[in-house]
Design a binder for this molecule. Structure first.
Ligand code: ADP
Length: 619
């Protein structure tokens, strides 16, 4: 269902990585790709890491003090403990048998630690949110800067849901996971060092179980990564179904295909559930593993420790500390294994987001300013050959040549599939000729700044889709900084002012999603007003094939004539009246120009045009 290009490129990267086999290298590459986003925050991250380090060491210290409390409690504070027992030299004069002193110290340390944690959480959130902002902006910029074929190859819902899922996952990684990873690592290493200080035997026993756990954690991490990618893909494809159904709800209803769509959706979310359950079983197995091996190991250590204390080889406060710290270390091992899976997922998300950001765009850098051009000049298509990338073997245009004088109105006529819309796409530079050239006043259009070029072109599509905003902003889309009076004037010239003012809300009337609250003819006149406001040099009109009633038809016609005045216009024509009024008719058959001339001349010729006029019902 979802063999889009975006996903294909993802699978390629996964296979590439599998070839490398070493997980660490690909991990680092993931981070390297994040570098531009991390760099502005490197000081903040460094500070955050220092805070986590201090906080983690304090946790170890508190654990040591808790152990001391336990030990002192048992011995009633009579036994002297030498300062050399303590890891921290600055506490040499501290009375370690005084319960109150220990308690107060713990309280102070906890307050310090609590404050540090607050600062750290705030710091990481602040940096991550800034990073997310840049990332979201970049992702959106990438998505709207792609060439048209990007949108043909992909389903919009898929791209949308994938980007949100990826960004959410990256956000998780940087807000909490990374910090946790550092904290748990310090706990693990520091804890083990402290344990070794108390009893090497006990520590070795503890460590014997660790490699097993780490191995299993790695395998598990891979499993989770694959599964979560599959789950995300499937969630994306179920979202696509919802989006498609809602967009095409008219078809669904008219064909009474609700049951079919329901099943299609049910089967997709069924797959989501199955994949999620697989993940759950994996996590369950992992939990069981932790209980058996880690808790088993803890039991073993406690057992041995109790035996050592009984035989007097281990001081009681050391035993207590040992117990608490073993719990800490064991918790870190379990936590790390879990975090490993989340980081893997985050890196997968980084990778797929970077794939998107690195994809070839038609707009390399998006800026507010564009170059300005004057395109009221002769336009030339010369020996243009074209095929779509998705169907390379199928030539759409072959050796097409076409000239248009400044201000000339040309009607493109030809059977459906002849390539009329393709010519419009080439002129709009949605596509580029495979060979041949399109020039304006001798300058190849492909040399011109893309957005500056398009700013001088007006396009009125066949199916006018409006934004769900009000009429004013829909017209103003042609010129974003237009004043109210300019908008009004455009509406007037587009013959739209009467119906707009007949609405109680006038220009503030909300048109409904995609403009469904307006009639076809009204939508077209809004689109024409938009084009008039834009005041382009070259106009491309894709005439609606759907019939309008004769009143609307005339109204749209009046608007179009106003719009076309003194502009070079290429009309994909469907109405005989439009064709007759055009300065010149170009007849297209299978991607080649077969005839050109005025209506009367072509009728005289009795060629393809004449035959088409005879056979086809032009409105
Ligand atoms: P017309 O506008 O004359 O009806 P088009 O220019 O829309 O013809 O289409 C010409 C040919 O190009 C058709 O065979 C059509 O199937 C094909 N075509 C149109 N758009 C695409 C696309 N995005 N990818 C592949 N083929 C396309």
């Amino acid at each position: 269902l979802l063999n889009s290009h975006y996903m294909k490129s993802q699978t390629t990267t996964t296979t590439e990585k599998k070839k490398k086999k070493r997980l660490k290298i690909s991990d680092l590459r993931g981070f390297a790709q994040m570098a531009p986003y991390l760099k502005p925050h490197r000081l903040g991250f460094a500070l955050g890491i220092i805070l986590i380090t201090i906080s983690s060491i304090l946790t170890l210290f508190v654990t040591r003090l808790w152990g001391q409390l336990g030990g002192v409690g048992i011995m009633g504070g009579n036994e002297n403990i030498s300062a050399s027992d303590l890891e921290t030299g600055f506490l040499a004069n501290f009375n370690f048998n005084n319960l109150e002193a220990i308690g107060v110290t713990i309280a102070i340390v906890l307050v310090v630690q609590a404050s540090l944690s607050f600062i750290r959480v705030y710091l990481f959130a602040n940096m991550t949110e800034k990073m997310m902002l840049t990332m979201r902006r970049d992702a959106f910029e990438a998505v709207i800067s792609m060439p048209m074929n990007f949108y043909h190859d992909k389903r919009v819902g898929d791209v949308n849901s994938r980007i949100s899922a990826d960004i959410a996952s990256i956000q998780d990684t940087f807000t909490t996971t990374l910090a946790e990873l550092i904290r748990q690592t310090i706990m693990l290493v520091g804890g083990i060092a402290a344990l070794a200080y108390f009893s090497v035997d006990l520590t070795l026993m503890m460590l014997m179980t660790l490699p097993v756990v780490v191995l299993v954690a790695i395998v598990f991490g891979k499993f989770i990564k694959r599964l979560s990618k599959e789950t995300q893909d499937e969630i994306a494809s179920s979202n696509v179904i919802v989006q498609e159904v809602l967009t095409g709800i008219i078809n669904v209803k008219a064909f009474a295909n609700e049951w079919y769509e329901r099943n299609r959706y049910a089967s997709s979310i069924g797959t989501v559930r199955n994949l999620a359950m697989k993940g759950a079983i994996g996590r369950g197995a992992f939990a069981s593993f932790i209980i058996l091996f880690i808790f088993g190991a803890i039991t073993l250590v406690i057992f041995k420790g109790a035996a050592l204390m009984q035989s007097g080889e281990l001081a009681s406060e050391h035993f207590f500390t040992f117990l608490l710290m073993t719990g800490l270390v064991a918790g870190s091992v379990g936590g790390l294994a879990n975090l490993f899976g989340i980081v893997q997922k985050g890196l997968g998300a980084v990778e797929s987001l970077m794939d998107l950001l690195n994809e070839k765009r038609e707009i390399r850098s998006l800026t507010e300013e564009v170059k300005s051009y004057d395109l009221r000049k002769p336009l030339k298509f010369e020996n243009v050959h074209f095929h779509y990338n998705s169907r390379k073997e199928l030539a759409i245009l072959s050796n097409l040549s076409l000239e248009m004088k400044a201000g000339e109105q040309i009607a493109l006529v030809g059977p459906s599939g002849a390539g009329k819309s393709t010519i419009a796409s080439l002129l709009l530079r949605f596509e580029s000729p495979v060979s041949g050239s399109i020039t304006i006043d001798g300058e190849d259009v492909s040399e011109m700044d893309l957005r500056g070029f398009r700013k001088r072109i007006g396009y009125v599509p066949q199916e006018v889709i409006l934004f769900g905003d009000d009429i004013r902003s829909n017209i103003a889309y042609g010129k974003l900084d237009a004043t109210d009076s300019e908008i009004r004037d455009a509406a007037k010239r587009a013959n739209a002012i009467d119906f707009i003012e007949s609405f109680p809300e006038g220009f503030s009337t909300i048109v409904g999603e995609r403009g469904i609250q307006l009639s076809g003819g009204q939508r077209q006149r809004i689109a024409i007003a938009r084009a008039i406001l834009r005041d382009p040099d070259i106009l491309i009109l894709d005439e609606a094939t759907s019939a309008l009633d004769s009143v609307s038809e005339t109204e749209v016609q009046i608007a179009l004539e106003e719009l076309m005045k003194d502009r070079s216009t290429l009309i994909i024509a469907h109405r005989l009246s439009t064709i007759k009024n055009a300065h010149r008719i170009v007849v297209l058959v299978e991607g080649s120009v077969v005839e050109t001339g005025t209506h009367s001349k072509l009728i005289e010729n009795k060629g393809p045009y004449y035959r088409q006029i005879q056979s086809q019902d032009f409105k």
